[in-house]
Structure formats: structure tokens, C-alpha cells
Design a binder for this molecule. Structure first.
Ligand code: ATP
Ligand code: MG
Length: 389
């Protein structure tokens, strides 16, 4: 027997052309999420139906639950548009759940008005039938132990009792592509996930300080990319060695300005990469006020180094909420592995919390910025599908 899963998506905000694009992108993303399982996906009215081998049901549900754009899922039994067949299926579903079952209700929804019974009639006819077959059961409208939903579609009927929440959001890629600045910390993977939730396909950029940071630190970032890739596109990982820049900053720039200038250089490198790869924005795990580099003044001075649009999806979140989300998307355990942050090489005792753009520009004017950028950019390596099985 086949497993069938009814997929509902966020149709409310969708109109005209957007709706078609949304459905097409969602379909593509679902297909790649279930690839290799022999599943087939058909489009129904405002829904998708995923069919696959029975033993793959749990796998299919798990994969689909991560796909942005999906609001909810239900494993369903499909029948012909025939009341007797619907009754038989209802009995079979109820039977399987019987032990412990005392109360139930039927929730019918008739999308297809050609079906000869109205929703209240279906509720009554099916309810009566179940009471007849299972005399121990009672109908209860409020909090029944079991609610059996019946959807009358255009070609068939669907019966189900479970509604599994999806992540909502927009299908990945529908909003375009952007570059995630991915450190090995807790925050940036969550920022990436939230950006994907708004329909962005992402690539990742990580700055490392090899040989001062180890290849192990890199393995961690690779694992984060692999984990994030489960939620959308396969994420190419760009690696840039920032050590030469750090060395110069250490010898040429006052200690309290090193971090802010390093960040401005990172943003300029991100901008260069975005231009080359045709991405329109960068995403960071910045929050407000957590550390010296995240005061409003620091964020502003960092931002003024480039023309790039910087998205900061975590701005409205507390650390606790970020950690909860990191756990929910299974990046937390990877993020807390010990690692060396590239920035720790530079951490001065007192980084400026309110850097002044003038002072920063003054310090930068003594550097060969163009040369530094080029030197760092030339260290770029890109890892793509090799780390995603
Ligand atoms: P995270 O948990 O993401 O490391 P954080 O709270 O530690 O964030 P910072 O270390 O100040 O904050 O970094 C702020 C943001 O800058 C990060 O979320 C990330 O987007 C970017 N960033 C920091 N270090 C790196 C790095 N080595 N490579 C790429 N991006 C980085
Ligand atoms: Mg960090």
C-alpha cells in the first residue's frame, strides 16, 4: 500500500502570478527533498499530494516538515467520491485507533460542490455510521479523543486524523539569493535558517585564520552548511583566509579599532563575492547590544564600508529564543563544539563600543586597503556538493 500525504501551503497571501511561482518553486523544492524515495507529487486544488512507498512514510514526513512554504501535512486515506467508500475508509481508520478511543467527531469539508451531500450531511451520515459500527463510541464536539477530517475534492476524497505543522514561510529561492556570513557560533546558522524561511537561497562565507585556527574549525562550518542545506538549497561554502589582514591590523591599527576595521573588511569582501556571484544581500547573525561590535554605532560604522544590503534576521530575538531555535533546527550541537573564532586573535582588552567613523577612516587611510582585500580574496576556496551526500 502507498503512503499518501496531503500538503497544505500558505495560499492566503498569494495572488495571480505570485501564486503560480510560489507553487512551482515549492514543487521543485519538495521534489528535491524527497528525491531517491520514489515519491510522486501531484498538484490538487490548492494542495499537493505526495505518494510514496508505505515504508517511506516517516521519511517523507520528516523531509517535508522542513520545507518552507508548507503550512501543514496530513497522512491521508484516499477514496473515490462515493459515500459508501468513504464510510468503509472511516471505519478502517477508526478501527485502527480503537483502543482508548471514547469520543470522536467528523469534520467534513466539501470543496467540490458537485458532491451530492453537504458538509453537515456528511458529518451526520458518517457519524451515525461509526456509532452504529462502534456502539462504545460517543460523539463530542469539544475536545473529542479523535477528530476524523473528510475532504471532498474534485477527483477523490481524503480522510485523515493528524495535522502535522510545517515551517510556513516562503519556498526557498523565490526571493532570490543572498550570502550568509557564517561563523562557527550559535547565531549565524539561525540567521541563515530565518533568511531561507523568507524564500532566500543562500551561499555561505566563512573567514578562517589558518594556521591559527585549525581545520577542525572548518569541519564545524562544513557541518553547519550540511545541516542548513536540509532546509532548502545545497549551500556552497566559500572560505577566505583572513590571517594576512589580521596581521596587518595588529601592527598598523590602534588596538581598540582593530575589530571594527576587521568587520568592515569582512563586509567589503562579502560585497565583492556577492557581486561576483550575483547575490543581492548578505545575512549576519548580528543582534543588538550583545557585544561591543553590536552596538548601533558599531553596526552603522560596519555597514558604511559597503553598498551591500545587510539583513539581520535575529534582531528581534533574545539569546534564549535564538538557542531554542538553534536546537529546533539541529545546529546547536554543532555550534557548541569547541572551536577557535578567527576574531579572538585580535580581541583587545577594550574594543571601542562607540567607534567614530572619522577615526576609523583615518586609521584605514594608512592601510593599503585595496591590496589587502585582493590578497584576502585570492585565498578564497569554494566547497560545494562534495560535502553534501
Ligand atoms: P555567532 O554566534 O553567529 O558567531 P556572535 O553573537 O558570536 O554570532 P559575532 O562573533 O560578533 O557575534 O559575529 C556577528 C556576526 O558576524 C556573526 O553572526 C556572523 O554573521 C558574522 N561573523 C563573525 N565571525 C565570522 C567569521 N569568522 N566568518 C564569517 N562570518 C562571521
Ligand atoms: Mg561569534
Amino acid at each position: 500500500m502507498n503512503a499518501k500525504i496531503l500538503v497544505r501551503y500558505g495560499e492566503i497571501a498569494l495572488k495571480g502570478k505570485n501564486r503560480g511561482q510560489f507553487e512551482q518553486q515549492l514543487l521543485r523544492n519538495m521534489k528535491s527533498a524527497v528525491a531517491g524515495s520514489n515519491a510522486e507529487i501531484t498538484r490538487l486544488h490548492g494542495r499537493f499530494l505526495v505518494e510514496g512507498p508505505a515504508e517511506k512514510e516517516a521519511f517523507l514526513i520528516r523531509q517535508l516538515q522542513r520545507i518552507f512554504g508548507i503550512v501543514s501535512l496530513s497522512p491521508v486515506t484516499e477514496t473515490a467520491l462515493d459515500l459508501e467508500e468513504i464510510k468503509t475508509a472511516a471505519v478502517r481508520i477508526t478501527e485502527a485507533l480503537l483502543p482508548g478511543l471514547k469520543t470522536f467527531k467528523i469534520k467534513a469539508r466539501r470543496s467540490n460542490k458537485k458532491f451530492p451531500f453537504t458538509s453537515p450531511e456528511i458529518n451526520r451520515l458518517l457519524g451515525t455510521h461509526l456509532l452504529h459500527i462502534f456502539p462504545g463510541l460517543e460523539v463530542r464536539m469539544q475536545q473529542p479523543s479523535f477528530a476524523l477530517s473528510v475532504e471532498i475534492g474534485y477527483h477523490s476524497a481524503f480522510l485523515y486524523s493528524k495535522n502535522i505543522a510545517g515551517p510556513g514561510g516562503l519556498p526557498v529561492k523565490i526571493s532570490g539569493r543572498a550570502l550568509l556570513l557564517l561563523s562557527g557560533g550559535i547565531d549565524s546558522p539561525v540567521a541563515g535558517w530565518l533568511a531561507m524561511k523568507r524564500g532566500l537561497a543562500i551561499e555561505a562565507l566563512h573567514f578562517h585564520s589558518f594556521p591559527f585556527t585549525s581545520r577542525k574549525a572548518e569541519g564545524k562550518v562544513v557541518d553547519l552548511c550540511r545541516q542548513l542545506s536540509l532546509y532548502g538549497n545545497r549551500i556552497p561554502l566559500h572560505l577566505i583566509n583572513i590571517t594576512p589582514v589580521q596581521k596587518v591590523l595588529k601592527s598598523e591599527v590602534p588596538a581598540e579599532l582593530r575589530i571594527i576595521i576587521l568587520r568592515r573588511i569582512m563586509i567589503r569582501l562579502a560585497e565583492k563575492l556577492c557581486r561576483e556571484r550575483k547575490m543581492r544581500a548578505t545575512i549576519t547573525g548580528d543582534n543588538l547590544g550583545q557585544v561591543a561590535s553590536q552596538t548601533l554605532e558599531s553596526l552603522a560604522v560596519t555597514e558604511q564600508a559597503s553598498q551591500l544590503l545587510i539583513l539581520r534576521p535575529l534582531l528581534g530575538m533574545d539569546k534564549r529564543e535564538i538557542i531554542r531555535q538553534a536546537r529546533a533546527i539541529d545546529t546547536y550541537e554543532i555550534s557548541i563544539r569547541p572551536y577557535e573564532d578567527c576574531c579572538t586573535l585580535l580581541v583587545p582588552k577594550n574594543p571601542a563600543t562607540r567607534p567614530k567613523l572619522d577615526a576609523v577612516k583615518e586609521a584605514e587611510s594608512g592601510l593599503d586597503l585595496a591590496g589587502l582585500l585582493e590578497e584576502a580574496y585570492d585565498t578564497r576556496e569554494t566547497r560545494t556538493d562534495d560535502f553534501i551526500s
